[in-house]
Design a protein around this ligand. Structure first.
Ligand SMILES: [Mn+2]
Length: 478
């Protein structure tokens, strides 16, 4: 590929040469003979000529395959230059706006006159990579700070939420990597361990050991870090931590020496991917596999809240991970027991205005409820799912939606936060209410009417005017 760059500014010429020369055969055309001589002495392929004359371009041996870049110096002769190039057979023409004050109107004028000429502005071309680099540098500074702060501790506790999910476990591994530690000096633990089938399978396949500890053991560690959860979750057991990395809505009322909370991220592993990349930490296949699976599972493979950074992290981790292991972990979500509840939901569920609702009655463990809610959200024509059951004497409800609707977290908070715990994100939320409190608030609801009652509540919520966005005490949403 060949390129002719019509430029008058030495800095622009040197920059373009730097960028293009390795892959493209580039020649420069300047107006000033003095500049041509100087650059020529510096071994740049440059000629001088009248840039408004067609024969200048014919001499330059222009073909329809040659890309022509014209530096916009802000002068009025630009249309003449473009005409001359076109007359000489140039087709692929780009105008490069370089610091001209009125670049918007310049671009518009050129586009109006020459619709097939592209106008690129130097600031736009730089903006993306430069901002990305700045944010990476900022992350690097943050990571180096907490690395230093935690470096002299003998034993660090990496505490996860109860029933750790893939994101929690993988974030634990990732943080251990950032801290250059082993499982002896950075213990990944939870107060209530892993029991759900797919989480057990992940821990087993990737050999992740989550220790179950008692609250009083927390003090035995020199430093405490939390991933995928914040201290308020532990109901006052911990009010001070050294490090918090999380993607749930930020909570207040605790002290953290360092924290990195990014509510708009689909998973905590996305934040940790950025941490690892910022300090160029090598990521093992095992850790990459865990993190990739976590991003997939927390974003329901990008069907649920995910942003550009989640996709970036995913594509970065993908070549480092073991795809076969991920397929084996995914299969683990389906168990006979869960299928039996899907069947029960199919029999007893109701569908009204694209809302699927079902009350499952007694359920052995609470993971069945979100499983059924996620399952039915995959159905054609379903935009919301409301799935509830009674687990250990509490009413447990999972709410899911496809995302372009009102906030699921707001819905559960509105009806349940005063009588139990309720919270979540825009597209997934959960409420847990003791049966007694539930009956006090809603009356002794007939279990056979529960499925309909849930639809009524959601419809009432969907049809009212959205109130001010308020953030209140969300619990974990999974
Ligand atoms: Mn998560």
């Amino acid at each position: 590929m060949r390129c002719l760059a019509v430029c008058q500014d030495e800095l622009v010429i040197r920059m373009l040469n730097e960028i293009l020369a390795p892959s493209i055969e580039v020649d420069f055309l300047v107006e000033s003979r003095a500049l041509a001589r100087r650059l020529h002495d510096g071994d740049l392929p440059v000629t001088a000529g009248d840039i408004r004359r067609t024969d200048t371009y014919i001499k330059a041996d222009l073909s329809p395959q040659t890309s022509v870049i014209i530096e916009d110096t802000g002068r009025r002769n630009l249309p003449k230059v473009i005409d001359a190039i076109r007359d000489a057979g140039g087709v692929l023409i780009y105008v490069l706006g370089v610091g001209t004050a009125d670049k918007e109107s310049r671009a518009e004028t050129i586009r109006a006159q020459f619709p097939d000429v592209s106008y690129l502005s130097l600031s736009e071309l730089f903006e993306g990579p430069l901002l990305k680099e700045f944010s990476r540098a900022l992350t690097r500074a943050r990571v180096q700070q907490y690395q230093r702060y935690l470096s002299d501790a003998d034993r660090i506790l990496i505490l996860l939420h109860n029933e750790p999910d893939p994101d929690a476990m993988a974030s634990g591994l990732a943080l251990r990597t950032v801290l250059h530690r082993t499982k002896a000096t950075a213990v990944i633990a939870a107060l209530e361990g892993v029991t759900r089938p797919e989480n057990v399978r992940m821990a087993h396949l990737l050999d992740i050991h989550v220790e179950t500890i008692r609250p009083e053991q927390i003090e035995e560690f020199d430093r405490i870090a939390m991933v995928d959860v914040q201290p308020h979750y532990f109901d006052g057991i911990i009010d001070r931590v050294d490090l918090v990395i999380d993607h749930h809505p930020e909570q207040h009322g605790y002290n953290a020496v360092f924290k990195d909370i990014r509510e708009d991220y689909g998973s905590t592993c996305t934040i940790l991917t950025e941490h690892l990349r910022a300090v160029d930490a090598p990521i093992s296949e095992r850790t990459a596999t865990a993190m990739l699976y976590a991003i997939k599972s927390d974003t329901l493979f990008f069907n649920r809240q995910a942003n550009r950074c989640d996709i970036d992290a995913f594509s970065y981790l993908y070549p480092l991970a073991d795809a076969t292991l991920i397929r084996r972990m995914e299969g683990a979500e389906i168990t006979i027991e869960r299928l039996q509840f899907v069947v029960r939901a199919t029999e007893h569920g109701k569908m009204v205005d694209q809302i699927f609702s079902v009350f499952l009655g007694d359920v052995p463990r609470d993971d069945v409820v979100p499983y059924v809610a996620d399952f039915f959200l995959q159905l054609e024509n379903v935009k919301w799912t409301l799935v509830a059951g009674i687990v250990n004497g509490s009413f447990v409800m999972s709410v899911r939606n496809l995302g372009y609707s009102r906030n699921a977290g707001d819905f559960v908070r509105k009806y349940f936060v005063e009588i139990g715990s309720a919270g979540g994100h825009r597209s997934m939320a959960k409420a847990v209410v003791p049966l007694g409190a539930f009956k006090e608030r809603f009356g002794d609801v007939d279990e056979r009417r529960m499925t309909e009652t849930m639809i009524d509540l959601l419809q009432e919520f969907l049809h009212e005017a959205p109130e001010d966005k308020r953030k209140k005490e969300p619990v974990g949403s999974h």
